[in-house]
Design a protein around this ligand. Structure first.
Ligand SMILES: C[S@@+](CC[C@H](N)C(=O)[O-])C[C@H]1O[C@@H](n2cnc3c(N)ncnc32)[C@H](O)[C@@H]1O
Length: 337
């Protein structure tokens, strides 16, 4: 049985966690002179070209400024508004720049954050992204990263099991499942469901402990598979990805969608659990802040439903649908018909 859901969802905790990115974004924008660069309205592409910064970095930064009320957007172009003109421009008598640049000295990893936004590279202080890409992760890092992911996913996992319909799913493969919290929450909710957590080998070892704690050892197992380099197991009628597509570029997500389509049973479904951007790609706040965070340890970003749908349809999936699952998360589902 899953533990009973708390009476209140965990979005206030998410807000607190994400709020650390608010002033990081402003500090980076001031140092990179993004506000000065926007004295004329500009698209992501135009401002990237004008200032010589990466499009990925600007695509992460500008929405984060917009959700904080520091930029407006009109017909695809970002522009200054009363707030940024008053406080973010160097020639304003009310300029806040020196405050943020002095605080920058105390921001952990500030240089890395600045360079990632400017250059679109992903350098991370503790290196889990390197392990993900190479498919190699040492046991100590696997334990730390898996525990880190588990606590931010477990409430949403039990929430999803309560709100979304997985009736008819008999064999579920949780790809990059981490601790396996989604798979085990679903197995606890649906007694007929068997699941496998497909992960890097060192993470599988950690997931085994979580499976035991969830009390579903008779119906859940792990399979050590590098999702990029190795064949995926067959015989599953659901593939579940939580917070996986947001780790990777569009091209890599398309590759994952194709691998899923090829390995799924006919009639099977793919499920993507993600915090979605609205169609304009600028908000809501949690999507913008999580997307900004993704520049600090992954190759990815938060996506809109249309962007995910396009990746799925390209792989051959049909009947794409989306529902709010729990907290800030949505579940996108599509079928191999
Ligand atoms: C952002 S975490 C998501 C974990 C879990 N699905 C959740 O939502 O809490 C990404 C997961 O992908 C796994 N992963 C990364 N690269 C992988 C690879 N090449 N093959 C298999 N799993 C991989 C990581 O070990 C990590 O657990």
């Amino acid at each position: 049985m899953n533990p009973e859901l708390p009476a209140i969802d965990d979005t206030p905790i998410w807000n607190a966690m994400l709020s650390v990115f608010n002033s990081q974004a402003i500090t980076v924008a001031l140092e990179l002179e993004v506000f000065e660069g926007l004295t004329e309205p500009a698209s992501v592409e135009a401002i990237s070209n004008k200032l010589g910064y990466s499009q990925r970095g600007m695509k992460a930064l500008l929405p984060m400024l917009k959700v904080q009320g520091l930029l407006d957007k009109h017909k695809g172009e970002y522009q200054l508004n009363n707030l940024s003109r008053a406080y973010m421009l160097k020639d304003s008598p009310y300029y806040w720049g020196p405050f943020f640049s002095r605080r920058a000295e105390t921001l952990p990893n500030y240089k890395m954050i600045l360079e990632n936004i400017r250059d679109g590279e992903t350098v991370e202080a503790r290196g889990s992204a390197d392990g993900w890409e190479s498919g190699q992760m040492d046991p100590e890092l696997a334990k730390t990263v898996t525990d880190f992911m588990h606590c931010h996913s477990i409430t949403s996992a039990v929430g999803l099991a309560n709100t979304c319909d997985f009736a008819g799913v008999t064999k579920l493969l949780d790809i990059g499942g981490g601790s396996g919290c989604y798979a085990t929450a679903l197995a606890n909710h649906y007694p007929e469901l068997r699941c496998t957590i497909m992960e890097l080998s060192a993470v599988c070892e950690v997931a085994k402990g979580y499976i035991e704690k969830a009390g579903v050892s008779d119906r859940a197992d792990t399979k050590a598979v590098d999702m990029f380099r190795e064949d995926w197991p067959e015989g599953y009628n659901a593939h579940f990805f939580s917070n996986i597509f947001h780790d990777w570029s569009t091209e890599t997500c398309e590759e994952l969608a194709q691998k899923s389509y090829d390995a799924l049973e006919p009639g099977g479904r793919i499920c993507l659990q993600e915090i979605l951007f609205e169609e304009d790609g600028d908000g809501p706040y949690p999507a913008a802040a999580f997307s900004f965070f993704m520049t600090q340890g992954t190759k990815g970003q938060q996506y809109t439903l249309a962007e995910l749908e396009s990746m799925l349809v390209k792989a051959g999936f049909k009947n794409v649908s989306c529902q709010r699952s729990y907290g800030y998360y949505s579940l996108v589902t599509a079928y191999k018909v």
